[in-house]
Structure formats: C-alpha cells, structure tokens
Design a protein around this ligand. Structure first.
Ligand code: KG4
Ligand code: ZN
Length: 393
C-alpha cells in the first residue's frame, strides 16, 4: 500500500509518498519525502507569520507534489496542466491508495491550505483521506527507518505477540513488537508544543503534562531572537553552545523553571525573560562578544535540557515506562538526544529509548504517512475532513 502524505501545519510545505509494511512487518519504505522550507521568508520576522506561511503553502504545494511523485519514480503528473492545479493522471491503486493529511494541531490558516489541497486531490482521484494528528505523527516518526544513526541502545528483543492483542492489525503487531513496548512515555518537543504523553497502547494516549506558556522550541527561537542570532533558533543555539562546550562550563546562570515541581508541566517563558535581563545587563561590547554568546547559548540549552529530562524521568518512573520516546523538532538537538539517552541508560536500564532519525524530527510528511497507516481504517470522505488547530492526541 502506498500513502501520499501532506503536512502544512507550520512553515514547511511537506509531501511524502511511503510504502507501508508487508504482512511480515517489513519496515516503512520512503519513496519520497519533500520538504519545502520557508525559513528565508520568516527569518526577518524571527518567527512564523501565519498568513505569509499560508500564501507560501498555496504556492508551493503543486510543485512539491510534482517533486514527490517524480522522486517516487511514478512521474505521472500531467505536465500540460496548469501547475497551480493539484490534478494528476494517477488513479486509485496505481500510484497511491490513500491520502493522509495533517488536520491539527498547528497554525489554522496553514492547516486549511494542506487540508483543502488534500480534499481537492481526493475528490479528483477518488481517493480516501485519513486525517492525521501532527503530535501523534511526531511520536510515530520513531517507526521510520533509522538512516543516520542507531538510537536503540538496547537490542530490541522480539516480544510475544500475545502481549499486543489489542492492536488492530497483524502486521502492526509485528512491526511494533520489534520496537515499542508499553506503557511508553513520549516527550514531544517542537516549536508549538511541549507535552509529556503516556502511551498505553497504539492510539491510546493521555497527556500527562504540557507547557503552560512557551514551547521548548519557541523558547529556543525567542532566545535566538533576543541574542540577534536568526531563525530558527534551536539549531543556531545548539551550534553556538557546541563551540563553548570544550572550554568548561558557562559562567552565566539561568533558572530551570518548574524543575522541582511534582507535576509533568513545563514553563519556558521565564527562562527567555531571564536571558533578556542577562543580555541587557551586559555592557554593549561584551554582549556582542563571541565568548558571551557561546556561554549564554550553552547555559540556555542546558537549562531547557535539564527540565525536559527531569520531568520525563519522573513520568517514566511514575508510570513504569518500558519505552521512552522522543519526538518533535527539538528532538534534533544532539545534546538532548545524548543526555536523555545517558539518563535512561543509568536510571531506567530496563527501558528502551527511541528517538527518530534526525531528519524525521523536524516537520516532514513521512511521519504523517506512518500515522495515516495506523489509522487507515478510519478514512473519511473528503467532504467531511476539517482542520482543527487545537486538536489533542
Ligand atoms: O516539529 P517542528 O519542526 O515544528 C513544529 O511542529 O513546531 O519544530 C520546530 C522547532 C523550532 O522551534 C526549532 O528551533 C526547533 O524545533 N529545533 C531545534 C533544533 N532543530 C530544530 N531545537 C533545538 N535544537 C535543534 N537542533
Ligand atoms: Zn512539528
């Protein structure tokens, strides 16, 4: 089965075509995974400007679809047609069998652009649509192939199928039994969300806690803006911090908000404010120095990581998690990946630790295809598909 997946929840226009596992539980095959980034457009605002992002998605989607189809080696798009039309000559069963589209959570105007594009495509090609939750897609990105690194430090033993009886499909059982053991604690950290989620089974989620203000990625982005470093802030701050790491610990001290509170919630806006005060306090010459920027980036990154790890560990211990799962754009942060792995190894040696390959942490449509696969029996007629900016898992 081939799934065409679409994600326009934020500022990346993403379309992927994936081939789903066979009956023996073979891995997902990514035939194409095209991401058209709008970073350059939003850079000058220091964040995503929703109406601008929507316009870009509208412009990009037909082109991204063409590229995705071409890359998947089924270039059957009718080139003679107007490029603004998502129409193609492929039919049900020949190229794709199903369309999966992110309906939320995300930026409302952006979500609708992807949803409307998917609906038009579904109507023309007579294809069913599966609505996908973007947060669940970030979690299930862990089932995509690991290309650049092996994250499972514990060799996955094959679990008996009887322990997965509540799964709906046999191949799903086979696939998941190799990688996921329940209960799992999922830490989803992105530009819009920071959530700790208890996963008791496939599609059985409970949000244990979330941020009360800014998301972790948003905090990275806002700190970078304060320091005049550009957008998106996460990778830039990580790069600056990595330059400082070999020169000893940073002398700047920043707070770890809510770290000792016995709940699973987060708060990052105070950290951003602390960076702002520290920055303003410095003499103009010093705050522009490489040394200061590297120091404050290292400390800010570490403050975010400390809180994320502490709360994840608390949730994992409280719910006796057998798997710890990381997902979302901030999961691309190498220090977070490394430090969380080390903590799990030390404190929860019997638990598995899953992190997506770095390329599947930030927004992409391959992960949407995976989520679409698990919900493939929940297809909807295109007329009934709606975006929901506040959708919860
Ligand atoms: O999941 P994502 O691509 O989009 C949303 O769903 O929001 O996450 C984007 C966020 C941005 O805030 C970006 O700064 C952050 O992920 N990010 C990182 C890194 N790469 C991206 N944060 C820290 N370290 C990174 N290496
Ligand atoms: Zn995301």
């Amino acid at each position: 089965m081939k799934i065409l997946a679409i994600d326009t929840s934020c500022d990346d226009t993403c379309i992927a075509i994936i081939e789903t596992p066979d009956e023996k539980g073979s891995p997902f095959k990514i035939l194409s995974n095209i991401i058209s980034s709008q970073v350059k457009i939003h850079q000058k605002w220091g964040g995503v400007y929703p109406t601008l992002a929507k316009r870009e998605h509208q412009k990009n989607l037909p082109q991204v679809l063409k590229r995705a189809l071409k890359k998947a080696k089924k270039p059957r798009v009718d080139e003679s047609k107007d490029s603004s039309s998502p129409s193609s000559r492929y039919t049900r069963g020949s190229v794709v069998d199903l369309i999966a589209v992110t309906i939320g959570p995300g930026l409302e105007p952006c979500l609708w652009t992807g949803v409307n594009f998917a609906k038009e495509l579904a109507k023309r090609e007579n294809l069913p649509i599966v609505p996908v939750n973007h947060i669940e897609a970030h979690i299930l990105a862990n089932l995509l192939p690991q290309i650049s690194e092996i994250s499972n430090f514990q060799c996955a033993k094959k679990a008996p199928l009887s322990s997965f009886t509540s799964f709906r499909y046999r191949e799903t059982q086979l696939l998941i039994s190799k990688q996921l053991k329940f209960p799992a604690i999922c830490l989803v950290v992105s530009g819009g969300h920071t959530q700790l989620i208890l996963m008791r089974d496939f599609a059985k989620y409970r949000i244990l806690g979330e941020t009360r203000d800014d998301a972790a990625g948003e905090c990275f982005d806002k700190i970078a803006r304060i320091l005049g470093l550009g957008y998106p802030g996460g990778p830039i701050i990580a790069a600056e911090a990595s330059k400082q790491v070999h020169r000893g610990r940073a002398s700047v001290k920043l707070p770890r908000p809510m770290i000792y509170q016995k709940n699973y919630d987060f708060s990052f806006s105070g950290l951003k404010t602390a960076v702002l005060y520290n920055f303003k306090k410095q003499k103009p010459k010093l705050r522009k120095s490489k040394e200061y920027i590297r120091e404050i980036c290292l400390e800010a990154q570490q403050a975010i990581i400390d809180v994320l790890i502490k709360k994840t560990l608390r949730a994992a211990k409280d719910f006796r998690a057998k798997t710890i799962i990381l997902g979302g754009g901030v999961a691309a942060n190498k220090e977070l990946r490394k430090q969380l792995k080390k903590t799990v190894q030390k404190e929860l040696p019997d638990s598995r630790y899953l992190i997506p390959d770095i390329q599947f942490c930030t927004d992409n449509a391959a992960m949407v295809g995976v989520a679409g696969y698990f919900h493939r029996k929940e297809t909807k007629n295109w007329k009934n598909v709606r975006a929901n900016a506040n959708l919860k898992v």
